[in-house]
Design a protein around this ligand. Sequence first.
Ligand SMILES: NC(=O)c1ccc[n+]([C@@H]2O[C@H](COP(=O)([O-])OP(=O)(O)OC[C@H]3O[C@@H](n4cnc5c(N)ncnc54)[C@H](OP(=O)(O)O)[C@@H]3O)[C@@H](O)[C@H]2O)c1
Length: 360
Amino acid sequence: MIKAGIIGGAGYTGLELLRLLLGHPRVEISVVTSRRHRGRKVSEVNPHLFPFSGELEYEDVDAAEVTDRSDVVFLAVPHGSAMNYVPGLLARGSGRGRGGVKVIDLSADYRLKRAEYERVYGLRHKDRQSEEREAVYGLTELHPEVAAAGVDLVANPGCYPTGAILAVAPLVKEGLVRQVVFDAKSGISGAGAEPSEKSHFPNLAENIVPYQVTAHRHVAEMRQELGAGELGAGGVKVSFTPHILPSIRGILTTAHIFLNARERGRTQAEIEEVYKRFYEDKKFVRLTRGVPSLSSVRGTNFCDIWFEIEEGEKGETERVVVISAIDNLVKGGSGQAVQNMNLIFRLDEAEGLWSPGLVP
Ligand SMILES: NC(=O)c1ccc[n+]([C@@H]2O[C@H](COP(=O)([O-])OP(=O)(O)OC[C@H]3O[C@@H](n4cnc5c(N)ncnc54)[C@H](OP(=O)(O)O)[C@@H]3O)[C@@H](O)[C@H]2O)c1
């Protein structure tokens, strides 16, 4: 069995990791931390995990002890905190002579190049070797190298970037895209378990709240993957506007895609072929027949994708509108983290994740 430790096990992504890993046939949870709930049984704090979490208790232990008890450690803590743990986890893990511990960081701390991270997040990266660690950006559909030997650190992608990048990646890879504008709507669990003015029920109910309209931090990840040429394209202009929805889970992303002038003759059938080819062997991307919905992916690790073409006056492709739907806590967070763990440990990538959704 793989021994998995979770640091930050009482937050939303930590709880989702617990739910998924408790049902994973090849994993045993070795340690789960919470400073607030230390000493309390996990099922007492979270009755939905009873009786599956058995006698498991929240602990407040340091990185050294988590490493000694684990083969893989998930960091489900805020950005700025994960970087305090990673150097210690990797250093101690590699010295213990049984293959080293693997670290999967759900925060933003290792997703961007250091200078870009410091600019976007407005704080100094305390791990001065953050780039030398060569974290793999864990969007497995685009980065199969996560399964390569020697990968110790995975930077699990952000929730918005997951839905956005998957929506447009096939067209970017093909070199068709000049510009993309992402308009995304997220359930409030994306903001974490800490209550805020934005999440206060009377402020959010029967409402949709745009925020950080032109400068959300996640756009940097989207640009790194799509705009700067990770997909072999380069030069794609990327914009992003997020909104909060009065729902708990899910992100629906509408990608408005403008093609390069020479590609405007592309037909619906050709574009569909590009998507089918790109995703044909990807278990967790479903090309749907109609508009995707949040309820179709709730509780699952799927990203559902659908598109329609808007024609110009001369019948040319004016705009491609692609819509994607994910559960931010699963494919946008903890499910994707488990998918990464499966690949690192040479398991089927769907192990522990292959289950139908929850409706309503
Ligand atoms: N929510 C999402 O949809 C989502 C999706 C993808 C990625 N993420 C990322 O995943 C990370 C966790 O997000 P979340 O939504 O689960 O946040 P959250 O609900 O606020 O939970 C974070 C947990 O981390 C613990 N914590 C905070 N500071 C810590 C520290 N310095 N050391 C150890 N533990 C600490 C806290 O528990 P105690 O105080 O009890 O220790 C808290 O419960 C964030 O970086 C977030 O950006 C979130």
